[in-house]
Ligand binder design. Structure first.
Ligand code: XMP
Length: 505
C-alpha cells in the first residue's frame, strides 16, 4: 500500500482516491503519526501531500526525519516536496507564486514521467518554491516560473513535484501517480470494479460544455467509451465511423442501425470503400499496406474535424493494455505497425479524453454490461484495425475483398452454429495469395487457397490453435469451396504464436 501523509492540502484525499482508482490500497495519515504507522504497515511508498503552511512557519507540520532512513520511496507534492527539501538541507523561498494551469516541460523522463509527452498541462497552487535542491537531487522538469518543478534523488527514490498530479486538470497526473506506484514502488495496478455513474459524472465535469469528437472502430473499447461520453454530454458528442469496407459487415450494420439508438446521438458515417480500394491498388507489401490504411484514416479524420467548430477533446477507447503495449520496449524488434484508427494526426491541437485508460478488457466489458450495451457488442472478438486487408495476402482488390468477406462470414457463422464461437478468442479466414489445383464439375480448376485460423489467447502476446472438432472444420471447408468464387482448397492453420503471428500479414 501507499501511505499518504496529510499536510492539510485540499486535495490530500484526492490522492488516495486516484490511487484507489488505480487499484492501489492507500490511507491518509497525520504527519505526527507517520513514522509509527510506517513501522506498523510497512508501506511500499509514501506520498507527502501539499498543505497551506510554509515550512518556516512556527507551527508548520513536520515529519520525523527518521522517515527518510526507512528505505521507502517518497513522492512529495507541493508543500510535501518543500518539506523534503527543507529537512534534507535544501532551500525554500517565498515568491514565484503560481496558481492554476501551467505547462510542465519535462527534460528527464526518468520513472515518474515514463511514457509522457515532453510538455503537459499541470495544476500549480503554491506560494513558496524550492530554490536549492538538497544533495543528491537532480531536476526532471520545469514550468515557466518554477525552475525545480520536478526533481528526483535516484539513489533514494525520493521524488518532488511542485504541482498537483492528483488534480483532475493535471492532464497526465494519474499516469504520474501510476508510474510512481508501479515503476518506483513496484506495485501492481488492480483497478476496482468500475463505478459507471462516477465515470459519467467525471466526464461531465471534465468536459463541461465543450464538444468531443470520437471515431468508432466497431470494437468493444470504442463503443463503451462512446456510450460513456454520450451519456455524459449528449449532443455535444460527435461520433463518426469511417466505412472502409474492411470491417465485418455485421459491425458496420450495428454502427449504422443500433448505435444511434444506444447513444442517443447520430453517428456520422464517412463512406470511403472505393477510396480505400484505390489507395490499396498495387500494394502488396504488408507494412506499406498498413501504413497506407493508417494514413487514409488520418486524412479522413482531419477532413471530418474541419467540418466542426469548438471541439476541445478527442475521445479514444485506449485501455490500460493498449497503453502498456504501445510503450513497447527500447530494445524490442519492430514486428508490425499495429494501429487502430491510424494513430493521431501530427500537431493535433485537441486534448485526449480516455475514460478507459486504467481499465483492462474484462473491466471494459463489465462497464459495457452496466451501460446495457448489447452482449454481442460487449463480447465481440477483437478485430485488427486494418481489418480484412491484412487477411488478404498480396493486393487487395474489390473481388478478393468480397471473397474474403464471404469466407470469413462462413467461418464465423459455422462456429456460431456449433457453439464454438464463444469458446475461442478469434476466428477468421485468410486469402493466402497462393493458388492450387482442384477439380470442379469434371474440369480442372486453378484457384486461390483459403486458410482458416482459429486461436485462443489471453493477452494476444501468445496464442495457441483452437482444437475445433473436425466435422466443424470440414463443414467450413465445404461451404467455402462451394460458395466462394475462385477458391480451390481450404487449409487449417495449425501454427502457434510464437513463432507465427496471429494475423498472416
Ligand atoms: P499479431 O498478428 O500481431 O496479432 O499476432 C495480435 C492481435 O492483434 C490484432 N492485430 C491488430 N489490432 N491493429 C489492431 O488494432 C492492427 O494493426 C493489428 N494487427 C493485428 C490481431 O487481430 C490479434 O488479436
Amino acid at each position: 500500500m501507499i501511505l499518504v501523509v496529510d499536510f492539510g492540502s485540499q486535495t490530500a484525499h484526492l490522492i488516495t482516491r486516484r490511487l484507489k482508482d488505480l487499484g492501489i490500497e492507500s490511507e491518509l495519515v497525520d504527519p505526527d503519526d507517520a513514522l509509527k504507522v510506517c513501522s506498523k504497515v510497512k508501506p511500499s511508498g509514501l506520498i507527502f501531500s501539499g498543505g497551506p503552511a510554509s515550512v518556516y512557519e512556527k507551527n508548520a507540520p513536520m515529519v520525523d526525519k527518521k522517515i527518510f532512513n526507512l528505505g521507502i520511496p517518497i513522492l512529495g507534492i507541493c508543500y510535501g516536496w518543500q518539506l523534503i527539501a527543507y529537512l534534507l538541507g535544501g532551500e525554500v523561498n517565498a515568491g514565484n507564486k503560481e496558481y492554476g494551469p501551467t505547462t510542465l516541460r519535462i527534460s528527464d523522463f526518468h520513472n515518474l514521467f515514463y511514457g509522457l509527452p515532453s510538455e503537459t498541462s499541470v495544476i500549480e497552487s503554491h506560494g513558496d518554491t524550492v530554490e536549492k535542491m538538497p544533495d543528491g537531487f537532480e531536476k526532471l522538469a520545469e514550468t515557466e516560473s518554477v525552475f525545480l518543478a520536478a526533481v528526483v534523488n535516484k539513489e533514494k527514490k525520493f521524488y518532488g513535484v511542485q504541482f498537483h498530479p492528483e488534480a483532475h486538470h493535471s492532464d497526465h497526473g494519474s499516469e504520474m501517480l501510476a508510474n510512481f506506484a508501479t515503476i518506483v514502488c513496484n506495485l501492481g495496478l488492480h483497478p476496482q470494479s468500475p463505478n459507471v455513474d462516477e465515470m459519467i459524472s467525471e466526464i461531465k465535469e471534465k468536459v463541461g460544455n465543450k464538444k468531443v469528437i470520437g471515431a468508432f472502430s466497431g470494437g468493444t473499447d470504442s463503443a463503451v467509451a462512446g456510450v460513456l461520453v454520450a451519456r455524459a454530454i449528449g449532443k455535444n458528442f460527435i461520433p463518426f465511423f469511417v466505412d472502409s469496407g474492411l470491417m465485418r459487415e455485421e459491425t458496420i450494420a450495428r454502427i449504422k442501425n443500433e448505435f444511434p439508438k444506444t447513444l442517443g446521438v447520430k453517428v456520422e458515417i464517412i463512406p470511403a470503400r472505393d477510396l480505400f480500394l484505390i489507395r490499396l491498388k498495387g500494394v502488396t507489401d504488408p507494412e506499406e499496406k498498413r501504413k497506407k490504411i493508417g494514413a487514409l484514416y488520418i486524412e479522413l479524420f482531419e477532413k471530418e474535424m474541419k467540418k466542426h467548430k469548438d471541439i476541445k477533446y478527442l475521445l479514444q477507447g485506449t485501455t490500460y493494455a493498449d497503453f502498456i503495449h504501445s510503450q513497447g520496449s527500447k530494445r524490442s524488434a519492430h514486428i508490425k505497425s499495429h494501429h487502430n484508427v491510424g494513430g493521431l494526426p501530427k500537431n493535433m491541437k485537441l486534448k485526449l479524453l480516455e475514460p478507459l485508460r486504467y481499465f483492462y478488457t474484462d473491466q471494459v466489458r463489465e462497464i459495457g454490461l452496466k451501460l446495457k450495451l448489447p452482449k454481442d457488442v460487449v463480447f465481440q472478438q477483437p478485430f485488427p484495425g486494418p481489418g480484412h486487408a491484412v487477411r488478404i495476402v498480396g493486393e487487395v482488390t474489390g473481388k478478393r475483398l468480397a471473397r474474403q468477406v464471404a469466407a470469413d462470414m462462413i467461418v464465423v457463422s459455422e462456429l456460431r452454429k456449433s457453439g464454438w464461437y464463444k469458446k475461442v478468442f478469434q476466428c477468421w479466414s485468410v486469402m493466402s495469395g497462393t493458388n492450387s489445383t482442384a477439380v470442379k464439375g469434371d474440369g480442372r480448376f486453378y484457384g486461390e487457397v483459403v486458410a482458416v485460423r482459429i486461436v485462443n489467447s489471453k493477452d494476444r502476446m501468445t496464442a495457441e490453435i483452437a482444437r475445433v472438432p473436425f466435422p466443424v472444420l470440414e463443414k467450413i471447408a465445404s461451404r467455402i469451396v462451394n460458395e466462394v468464387p475462385n477458391v480451390s482448397r481450404v487449409v487449417y492453420d495449425i501454427t502457434s504464436k510464437p513463432p507465427a503471428t496471429m494475423e498472416w500479414e
